[in-house]
Design a protein around this ligand. Structure first.
Ligand SMILES: N[C@@H](CCC(=O)N[C@@H](CS)C(=O)NCC(=O)O)C(=O)O
Length: 259
């Protein structure tokens, strides 16, 4: 599998492999998002740049994390992570359907550069959290997870809950207390604590996503900078924490430990 470090879509696959005891069956190749994609990779993805892509020996490579997840689930059905019963799988899919809007709202919120619009972004993501809370209340048989264990919808959402540590750090945003968020909060906390999903840390996310917080995604550079916060070198552990005030003056390469 070719992936960009700390990519949430790739973490989904890593979590599923770990739950199935298959982590050492897939070779992970790290791709530097700040450099143009090599030709062989563009051939695997048929010209698109988003990763992950999984090169299945002797077969056409597969991209799109949800499609990769389903392929792994079908190829290695034991232990099942998605529900086997079609109706139960439909129930968990109702929540999974919310993932794109949720992901989009969180990424737009961290990338927003207009302090006057913070309330709008906050309302939007809170509305989505309330919607997820309602789906859990209306459709989930489980009390904490969707069902009785960390399963399909948890694999899909957990990497996003972890990326949204950047909303806590750069936007001071977290789920408020309140009954309308109680069910989704319980679910999110269980997701974050899952032993098979500990591939990333808040420190790593907040260091790497600094440029997103300055409005630049996918390895693009904020003005005045020459090294992306997504660079592989120098590696994130040796770098200082970036300034949390994303609306203030931007940090330099040197201040970020990138120079
Ligand atoms: N829908 C895709 C999204 C993948 C995606 O956006 N990956 C990001 C890294 S987290 C990426 O490759 N960005 C670089 C690019 O799009 O060129 C999936 O689920 O796999």
């Amino acid at each position: 599998m070719y992936h960009i470090p700390v990519c949430p879509f790739s973490q989904r696959v890593e979590i599923l492999l770990s739950l199935k005891g298959l982590s050492d069956q897939v070779v992970f190749h790290t791709v530097d998002i700040t450099k143009p994609r090599p030709e062989f990779l563009l051939e695997l993805t048929k010209g698109t740049t988003a990763l992950p892509v999984i090169d299945v020996p002797g077969k056409t490579a597969i991209k799109e994390s949800m499609v990769i997840l389903q392929m792994i689930e079908d190829m290695f059905p034991d232990p099942p992570v998605a529900r086997l019963d079609p109706h139960e799988h439909a129930l968990e899919s109702l929540l999974v359907e919310q993932e794109e809007a949720f992901t989009g709202a969180g990424y737009m919120m961290v990338m927003n550069q207009d302090a006057g619009k913070r309330g709008e972004f906050r309302d939007r993501i809170l509305g989505l959290y309330r919607g997820m809370n309602d789906i859990l209340l209306d459709y989930a048989p489980g009390d904490t997870y969707f069902f009785d264990r960390f399963g399909w919808s948890e694999v899909v959402f957990t990497p996003m809950f972890m990326r949204f540590w950047f909303l806590e750090y750069y936007e001071g945003f977290d789920l408020p207390d309140g009954a309308e968020y109680a069910r989704v909060r319980r679910w999110r906390e269980a997701c974050l604590a899952e032993p098979h999903a500990q591939q990333v840390t808040p420190e790593q996310i907040n260091k790497l996503y600094y440029d997103y917080a300055r409005g630049k995604g996918n390895g693009a550079l904020p003005d005045g900078r020459s090294v992306s916060s997504f660079t592989l070198e120098p590696d994130w552990p040796g770098r200082p924490m970036p300034p949390a005030d994303k609306y203030g003056p931007g940090a330099t390469d040197a201040e970020l430990g990138l120079a």
